[in-house]
Design a binder for this molecule. Structure first.
Ligand code: PGA
Length: 251
């Protein structure tokens, strides 16, 4: 049985003091909701505060990016050691906003994935098609290619620490959600690619989330689909009541 993983992606929101207050408020609200894993992926400067506030709760903390070199002249980047010491357990890699605005490619995504896995992190690998690709009917090809390129050189053993977040770019932050059928179908395509490049067991075991305007009113239906094992949630993860409602939908 696959675990359901509900992960918040705060993006560039929340200061350290806001982070502390948020987790203090959230933790009693999601206490005992243990049928899913709960993760908050927060800005770098919030990680240490978040990890401390989440200690002893069922909330896990993640980062939103990681660099692939151990250290050195990479101004503005953050290494695996830094993230680990700060208290991050998960790391989001390849988010479409990184790909769109910061020049991230499948090649750099792959380097980051490999570095994060080698350092012991759990990876939330984001991929998904843009609107033009969906309209052109090439969604399956796009997500298949991204899955293969982004996971190149990742062993089946390491894959057990990879979660894939299928995020149609046209659904992110737009209020447009993929229909539960579209989400299920494309998550299923990704699952079958995993079956081809790894094994039937790997395809059965891999956790695949849906992301893109998931909220308290559509989560239950999306999560009820067999190929959708959780959600990566942006906007709705910034409010404790909305995020809790999604956690409850997963329970
Ligand atoms: P959204 O963001 O829920 O605000 O659409 C999802 C994401 O970008 O991970």
């Amino acid at each position: 049985m696959r675990r359901t993983v509900i992960a918040g992606n705060w993006k560039m929101n929340m200061t350290p003091s806001q982070t502390k207050a948020f987790i203090k408020e959230l933790s009693p609200m999601v206490k005992g909701r243990d049928k899913c894993d709960i993760v908050l992926c927060v800005p770098f400067v919030d990680i240490a505060v978040a990890a401390e506030a989440a200690e002893g709760t069922n909330i896990k903390i993640g980062a939103q990016n990681i660099h692939f070199k151990e250290s050195g002249a990479y101004t503005g980047e953050i290494s695996a050691d830094m993230l680990k010491e700060a208290g991050a357990e998960y790391v989001v890699i390849g988010h479409s906003e990184r790909r769109q605005y910061f020049g991230e490619t499948d090649e750099t995504v792959n380097l980051r994935v490999k570095a994060a896995l080698a350092a012991g992190f759990k990876v939330i690998l984001c991929l998904g098609e843009v609107k033009e690709q969906r309209l052109a009917g090439i969604t399956d090809e796009v997500v298949s290619m991204q899955t293969k390129l982004d996971l190149a050189g990742v062993s089946e053993d390491q894959l057990s620490r990879v979660i894939i977040a299928y995020e149609p770019v046209w659904a992110i932050g737009t209020g447009l959600t993929a229909t539960p059928e579209q989400a299920d179908e494309t998550c299923g395509v990704i699952r079958s690619v995993i079956g081809k490049i790894y094994s039937a067991k790997a395809s059965e075991d891999i956790v695949i989330q849906y992301g893109g305007s998931m909220n308290d009113s559509n989560a239950a239906e999306l999560l009820s689909k067999p190929n959708v094992d959780g959600g990566l949630i942006g906007g709705a993860s910034l409010k404790t009541d909305k995020f809790t409602a999604i956690v409850k939908a997963a329970n």
